[in-house]
Design a protein around this ligand. Structure first.
Ligand code: GLC
Length: 673
């Protein structure tokens, strides 16, 4: 049951796809305002839990912290932060009454989830113009399902995008990419894609190729395709200002860039130096920017990652000028406590300065809107630009697309990756905890930079991260320039990496089937335990184990030097201890808490009673995986699984009646249509 309340006149976000009748505002249960802002307040009892908020710091249960919905380019994802790259305004209260709230509002929202006062949830908006949906259901999962029905079916990635992807900022030329592909091949390490970071472009200009590094790009894409490798280039939001550069000139000619108050295009600094931001909120500009992807599509590219689309601003031209002027006042001075810190602050606050987000404007349906009022829509609309263009340019085929900044609604056009994390154990844990929250908000095709983006990875962290990453739909090893290299060739325990990747490819029939079912049924692929074991109070305390689809639970190890961990089993389960696809040991474990050893070369999968886990024989890339030659792990005398299959690339998704029934009875497996 969904109830909709309309306050004032919201700037249209198109997050919602269902038509729902407005309720009377006098019926709104959580009303409270003060003069400056618009707040909803509700009282929580001590035991209430709060879920949702998608991409955010801290645990699965969000209670006890203050979160701000504000797409932020901040590479330091420490727990004292309030915002990351996404703005996902869905929250689910789990107490005596259970309900979900979706606040459709494109500006900043503060979610004070028992931070100022433990018993109060206070949601504050900057103005009164929003639409609020109150969603009720019998269980948490039911509420999520209703919400997801409201916001529409999630983006569906091509199946090959579930293979292992290797990335680095940046592979500087075609030979560096070739070397990775050969290394994987020679060492039987599965691989499906290699990512091209900003240096594939000519001086960081979108929709160009650096000819020195990639002399015949189209031919190179083809050469890689022959080996079943997909190249995935990055696209940045800012368009370099440069005479003679077609995208820049087209944007100027058609007046497609965001403008300052005086009507001139806004100038910001990003990778290429000075750029303009395409007005992604302007219909025609969006169409134009989306169609520009054609440049790469026609060269055989079939996947993209959209970046710096909060949008990230290193500096605005105006601020830079001011800072240069002011900085002169500090030279030859005896800098004391005040002057030193104001000097430092002057420089440190150049990038992503809130004032700069108030200095440019969009044109939405003929109306001029200041950026900060619609800030959270920018990355969404950039990804929508691409998604809509793909529908037009290659309607039959699925194209891989994911973004850094996002808002709910974008989940229909692409997935997300969780941006610039660090090679820290705490960020492996954050990855585990964030995945189910992203799923609640519709971002099913998602994942983190495996091994961590910033900082220096160690082999044990890489192994443990991969042991978790093999369950996330997006499985990409990505790292920053200047950090210790993180390609698998850098490590000693190659056979263990090989086994882990082989397990991923073995699990693919299950992972893909569960992912597709979650998309098509508006369900979750990665769930907190309490979303399956609704009334198990102990399960609700578990923050570091996840249910993956309907058959299995995982309990990743995420601590340095740990050789095992405590695991809570909400019911009796069958532990499958896997070292490789061929090396498996089994143990039935009773409901309760167990200490289980888990060395660096193994993973633990817990199979639920009455459930089946289908496995393939693996492969070196997705093309080699035989989705029809399956074996089955079974727990119980009778077990059942509904298997989803399709060709993985077209948009001919199977109807429910066509899903295969896999039945285990009297010690035999029967597969029926
Ligand atoms: C941003 C992205 C990162 C990328 C880098 C260079 O920091 O988040 O993934 O490698 O830019 O393009």
């Amino acid at each position: 049951m969904i109830r909709k309340y309309v306050f004032g006149k919201m700037i249209e976000t198109e997050a919602v796809v269902l038509q729902i009748q407005d309720e009377q505002l006098s019926q709104f249960p959580f009303f409270s305002t003060d003069e400056k802002s618009f707040s909803l307040k509700l009282e929580m009892s001590d035991n209430d839990k709060v879920y949702g908020l998608g991409e955010a710091v801290r645990g699965i249960n969000k209670r006890g912290w203050l979160y701000k919905s504000k797409c932020s380019d901040d590479p330091s994802h420490t727990e004292d932060k309030n915002s990351l790259y996404g703005a996902h305004n869905f929250i689910l209260l789990d107490g005596e009454v259970k309900f979900g709230l979706f606040i459709d509002y494109p500006g900043m929202i503060t979610f004070d989830v028992g931070y100022s006062s433990y018993r109060e949830l206070k949601i504050t908006l900057e103005d009164f113009n929003c639409e609020i949906y109150v969603i009720e259901g019998e269980s948490k999962l039911q509420i999520v399902k209703e919400f997801r029905r409201l916001i529409g079916t999630s983006y569906i990635a091509p199946r090959w995008a579930f293979g292992y992807g290797q990335s680095r900022w940046s592979y500087m030329n075609a030979d560096e990419v070739r070397a990775i592909v050969s290394f994987h091949k020679e060492n039987q390490l599965p691989l499906d894609s290699v990512y091209l970071d900003i240096d594939y472009m000519e001086r960081y200009k979108d929709f160009t190729i650096n000819q020195d590094a990639f002399p015949d790009f189209q031919e190179f894409v083809h050469e890689m395709k022959e080996q079943n490798i997909h190249l995935i280039p990055i696209i940045d939001a800012g368009v370099k200002i440069e005479d003679g550069y077609d995208i820049y000139e087209e944007g100027i000619r058609h007046d497609y860039f965001c403008k300052k108050e005086n009507g001139e295009p806004f100038v910001a600094g990003v990778w290429p130096g000075r750029v303009h931001f395409p007005d992604m909120l302007h219909k025609d500009a969006r169409k134009w920017f989306g169609r520009s992807y054609h440049f790469l599509l026609e060269k055989g590219i079939d996947g993209f990652w959209n970046d710096m689309n909060e949008p990230a601003i290193f500096y605005s031209e105006e601020r830079l000028q001011q800072v240069f002027l002011q900085i002169q006042n500090y030279s030859n001075q005896n800098l004391d406590i005040q002057s030193f810190f104001s000097f430092k602050n002057l420089v440190e606050t150049i990038n992503n300065n809130p004032e700069d987000y108030k200095a440019f404007f969009h044109e939405m349906n003929g109306e001029r809107i200041r950026h900060d009022q619609v800030h959270n829509l920018y990355g969404y609309m950039m990804t929508r630009a691409a998604g809509e263009a793909f529908l037009e340019l290659q309607p039959e085929k699925r194209i891989l697309l994911f973004s850094r900044a996002s808002y709910i609604g974008m989940h229909r056009y692409g997935g997300i990756w969780t941006g610039d994390n660090m090679s820290w154990w705490s960020h492996l844990k954050l990855n585990i905890q964030m995945m189910p929250s992203l799923n609640m908000c519709g971002f099913l095709y998602s994942g983190a930079d495996i091994g961590g983006f910033g900082g220096n990875v160690t082999e044990d962290l890489m192994l443990r991260w991969l042991a978790f990453g093999i369950f996330t739909p997006l499985l990409r090893n990505h790292s920053a320039m200047g950090t210790r290299k993180q390609e698998l060739s850098e490590f000693e325990k190659l056979p263990v990496f090989r086994n882990l990747l082989q397990i991923r490819y073995g699990l693919l029939p299950y992972i893909y089937s569960e992912y597709m079912k979650s998309v098509l049924n508006h369900e979750m692929y990665m769930l907190p335990l309490s979303f399956v074991y609704e009334h198990d109070e102990r399960a609700a305390q578990v923050e570091d184990q996840l249910m993956i689809g309907e058959s299995i639970m995982i309990a990743p190890v995420y601590e340095q030097n740990a050789r095992g961990r405590y695991v809570y089993l909400p019911e009796t389960m069958k532990l499958i201890r896997m070292k490789s696809l061929l090396d498996k040991q089994y143990q039935v474990l009773e409901q309760g808490v167990h200490y289980l050893e888990c060395e660096l070369d193994e993973i633990l999968i817990f199979l639920r009673p009455g459930k089946i886990l289908p496995l393939s024989k693996g492969g070196m890339n997705m093309e080699e995986v035989d989705f029809n030659d399956l074996s089955f792990e079974v727990f119980g005398d009778r077990a059942y699984y509904k298997l989803y299959q399709d060709d993985g690339i077209s948009k001919q998704y199977q109807a429910k009646e066509e899903w295969k029934n896999i039945v285990y009875e009297n010690a035999v497996i029967i597969t029926e249509k």
